[in-house]
Design a protein around this ligand. Structure first.
Ligand code: PGA
Length: 260
């Protein structure tokens, strides 16, 4: 795992945006895996700015989001469809036909799941998958206890996740109890993965993800099985890592080798 420790959330967003710019300039028809939540917002802001400056075009890019709340229509104020339109898609040159977010409001959810997995495959698989992490170590909505081989499916949210996300809804009662989410197995098929985390509240989850044993109780730890993962965190989220000096050495050596 590549562990990149940066000064603050702004630097994490800058770093993440650069990884996307690098990916898309090398492969203009990249398939990008996108995430929601407060963490990727800074990255999306930087990408919008880079697009306006002519540093990145999404014209040939195709995207797949990780998850959606069960029961919310694409127009619901807290749906991830809406989040993506408002935070990114409406501000860049991406064709709406090339953006995919699972629908949580369809009658035939099994069909939706099957078609979502098939669409990822038909697009050639995900080149670069962006991830946040929950305070309980979840990635996408794969809560603790998720099979490390899981595929896209409906998952029950933990009380902790619902409490963490209640800030976006009027009250805890309004937070959906279930979500449709890519599985850990689905995520691990991405060709490269970039996980972002900022703030003290994520320090435990990051320590367990990077340095803990691989366990379904910390879904992020499954990323240790992937050969191209970058964990980009601010100093606060890195504060419980035991090998800080070594991670910094690795980064210095990468810079010497001229790697992005
Ligand atoms: P956050 O959520 O970015 O809002 O902290 C991350 C997550 O739950 O995956």
């Amino acid at each position: 795992m590549r562990v990149v420790i940066l000064e603050n959330a702004e630097a994490v967003a800058e770093f993440a945006a650069l990884q996307f710019i690098h990916q898309v300039s090398g492969k203009p028809d990249s398939v990008l895996g996108l995430a929601t939540g407060s963490t990727p917002l800074g990255t999306y802001g930087k990408l919008i700015k880079a697009h306006r400056e002519g540093r990145i075009s999404f014209r040939r890019v195709c995207t797949f989001n990780l998850d959606e709340y069960l029961g919310l229509s694409p127009d619901h104020s807290q749906s991830y469809h809406r989040f993506m339109r408002e935070s990114l898609f409406d501000h860049i040159d991406i064709s709406s036909g090339n953006t995919h977010v699972p629908r949580g409001d369809v009658n035939d959810i099994e069909k939706e799941i099957e078609e979502y997995e098939r669409a990822i495959e038909a697009a050639g698989g995900i080149d670069l998958q962006l991830l946040g992490i929950g305070t309980d170590g979840h990635i996408a909505f794969n809560e603790p206890g998720s099979s490390l081989a899981s595929r896209t499916r409906v998952k029950t949210l933990t009380r902790r996740t619902r409490e963490d996300n209640a800030r976006f809804f009027g009250s805890l009662d309004e937070v959906p109890k279930m979500a449709l989410t890519m599985g850990i197995g689905t995520i691990l098929e991405s060709r490269s993965i970039l996980l972002l985390a900022c703030g003290e509240g994520k320090a435990d989850a990051i320590q367990k993800t990077v340095e803990g044993p691989i366990t379904s109780l910390v879904p992020g730890s499954a990323l240790q099985l992937h050969s191209r993962v970058t964990i980009a965190v601010d100093i606060k989220a890195a504060s419980k890592l035991s090998q800080l000096e070594y991670y910094a050495d690795c980064e210095r050596n990468r810079t010497e080798l001229g790697k992005v």
